[in-house]
Design a protein around this ligand. Structure first.
Ligand code: SAM
Length: 301
């Protein structure tokens, strides 16, 4: 990786900002962090001092960093872009720590851990998304753990590091497929499956979900932790790859506007949403598809 190609977006949120005090200030830093997260950096670092909160997010291209800066600027908050000498991901790696999600404790392989409270889910995201540090990943892990996945097939759309795919296999799914547009994602997903002893149950590729839908693939459970506009774009395909009687779990939705995306997903379909799961400002929703006679063979191992 060319270290010179990394750029850092830096946002300083002063504690004496005119937005107010106490919870308002915290809210502003949180909202800025959410906007940065939506631009898909590998991590957002928050440094608090008495007077300011500094948010840092590294991106692997100037275009991506400028897009994030502009998104923050659109909130009326100043952000700057600066080149970084170090690899932003390696900098993040030194801050990695275990994260609890449902029955799992997500750990990075290089972080020493004692006995863990939850079931070990070891993930090295490399340069992909999905370390377990983001609420949306944890919300979907918790949702998956609440379902009976035994004898189920699972499709993970936007699998990133493979964190959800690997968890689904550990939870009893008989066959899991991960797809992602990121060229590094399939190899990272397979490596994480091997690390957790479930490589035999899982495959990963860059195949577009639209292609899976076109050829009639159907899964018992489909998870899609994507940003809202992408969920809207993929709505038809996501519905199509969820078999009748199966479930679609979506996340990447912001708590103040998740309903709009759910409306699009349910419009003209037989998907019924369950109550949302919420963590911080993020939401995940499980939608169940009506059982109906299915003329297309369900993909089973
Ligand atoms: C928020 S990350 C989720 C990663 C992981 N599943 C998790 O829950 O931590 C979203 C992922 O979706 C991928 N993505 C974006 N657009 C996509 C699309 N149209 N089809 C498939 N994957 C997509 C991104 O490359 C990224 O890896």
């Amino acid at each position: 990786m060319d270290h010179e190609s990394w750029f850092r977006v830096k946002v300083v949120v002063p504690h004496d900002a005119p937005t107010g005090e106490g919870s308002d200030r915290e809210l502003e830093a949180e909202l800025v962090a959410d906007v940065l997260w939506q631009c898909d950096p590998p991590a957002v670092e928050q440094r608090d001092s008495d007077r300011v909160t500094v948010l840092l997010a590294a991106f692997d291209s100037l275009t991506a960093a400028e897009r994030a800066r502009d998104a923050v600027a659109a909130m009326g908050v100043e952000a700057t872009v600066e080149p970084v000498e170090d690899d932003g991901l390696d900098a993040w790696r030194t801050h990695a720590r275990p994260h609890s999600a449902g029955p799992f404790t997500v750990v990075a392989p290089w972080v020493p851990t004692g006995p863990l409270e939850g079931r070990r889910l070891e993930i090295d995201p490399g340069r992909t998304f999905g370390s377990g540090s983001h609420p949306t990943s944890r919300l979907v892990l918790t949702e998956l753990a609440s379902m009976d996945l035994s004898a189920s097939t699972v499709l993970d759309v936007g699998c990133g590091s493979g964190i959800l795919s690997v968890a689904a296999a550990l939870l009893g799914a008989t066959r899991v497929k991960g797809v992602d547009v990121d060229p590094e994602s399939p190899a990272t997903t397979i490596a994480n499956a091997e690390r957790n002893g479930v490589a035999g149950l899982l495959d990963a590729s860059n195949e577009p979900v639209e292609e899976l839908a076109r050829r009639g693939d159907r899964y018992d459970v489909v998870v899609a932790n994507l940003l809202a506009p992408i969920l809207v774009d993929l709505a038809e395909s996501l519905q199509a790859v969820t078999r009748p009687g199966g479930s679609l779990v979506v996340s990447g939705l912001l708590a103040d506007r998740w309903e709009t995306t759910i409306d699009v997903l349910t419009a003209g379909s037989d998907l019924t949403p369950r109550p949302p799961r919420i963590e911080e400002d993020w939401v995940a929703v499980r939608l169940d598809r009506l059982t109906a006679p299915d003329t297309t063979a369900t993909l089973r191992s």
